[in-house]
Design a protein. Structure first.
Length: 275
């Protein structure tokens, strides 16, 4: 995140926003800047990619499903916009620790003992590490001690749209993002790669709520896509994973998507029309 902060300081904050006597490296200034940047960035990612997905990928026929709520899209957006600033508070604390040099993020490929191969391996390990972490955190949030208070609001959306992707209770939203932020404190990761992965995970979160259930046949039971996550919203105790089905299979919570078996939301709508 320090790359973004440095760019913001250089092109906007130092020349136009902050007093000349307030040093760029002063902690309070960094915290304030990170809070603003994090919120604006999260808002931009959510609204930009969510809107693209909603208008160009999401099947609007799903809005005719009986479990699609009245005014659902506006309610999803409103809930997300209210939650994102609160989610950003602990997130900014972790970004601040990164900026102050406590993480294992590095600037140059030469700084990695494994060169470019280390960059590619770190991308894979990031995906597998965060998938594992999110699986267990997500599954834990379904425990009766936490579900009603923190995770139930996200399950209000049975037939989700892309805008449901970030419509979490703040505690829920932060906890499920925690593996992304913990990774660079445990493992070396290139700073640009981290930024790219941060954008990717936000886009992926939108994609598994987009109602497009198409997955290459060979990957249907490997990749955790929208079909899998839709069944999670509908049937509760299945498909907790984020990118892959690996941990659901290990944990005994994998469910073959009903959409692959002719019993999904689209099939239900088709039967309603036939009646």
């Amino acid at each position: 995140m320090d790359l973004v902060l440095e760019a913001a300081d250089r092109h906007l904050l130092t020349p136009y926003v902050y007093p000349a006597g307030w040093p760029e490296g002063e902690p309070c200034r960094q915290l304030l800047s990170l809070f603003v940047i994090t919120n604006l960035g999260a808002l931009a990612l959510y609204l930009f990619f969510g809107t693209l997905s909603y208008y160009f990928i999401f099947d609007h026929e799903l809005k005719k499903h009986p479990q699609f709520l009245e005014n659902q899209v506006s309610r999803e957006i409103t809930y997300a916009l209210r939650s994102l600033p609160w989610i950003s508070v602990p997130t900014v604390a972790l970004f601040f620790a990164e900026v102050r040099g406590y993480s294992k993020l590095y600037d140059n490929i030469e700084d990695s003992p494994y060169g470019w191969s280390g960059v590619f391996l770190s991308m894979l390990s990031f995906l597998f590490f965060t998938d594992m972490g999110i699986y267990w955190i997500h599954r834990g949030l379904h425990h009766k001690l936490f579900y009603k208070r923190f995770h139930k609001p996200h399950h209000l959306w049975k037939i989700a749209t892309p805008f449901a992707s970030h419509a979490f209770h703040p505690v829920d939203g932060f906890m499920q993002s925690l593996p992304y932020h913990v990774y660079p404190f445990l493992f070396p990761l290139h700073k640009v790669t981290y930024l790219g992965l941060y954008i990717f995970v936000n886009v992926w979160t939108i994609s598994i709520h987009d109602g497009d259930y198409r997955v290459p046949r060979l990957l249907r039971h490997v990749i955790n896509g929208s079909a899998h996550h839709t069944d999670h919203h509908l049937y509760f105790d299945y498909n907790y994973g984020q990118y892959f089905t690996l941990w659901d299979k290990i944990g005994g919570s994998y469910k073959s998507p009903t959409s692959f078996e002719g019993k999904g939301p689209h099939d239900y709508l088709r039967k309603l029309r036939e009646k």
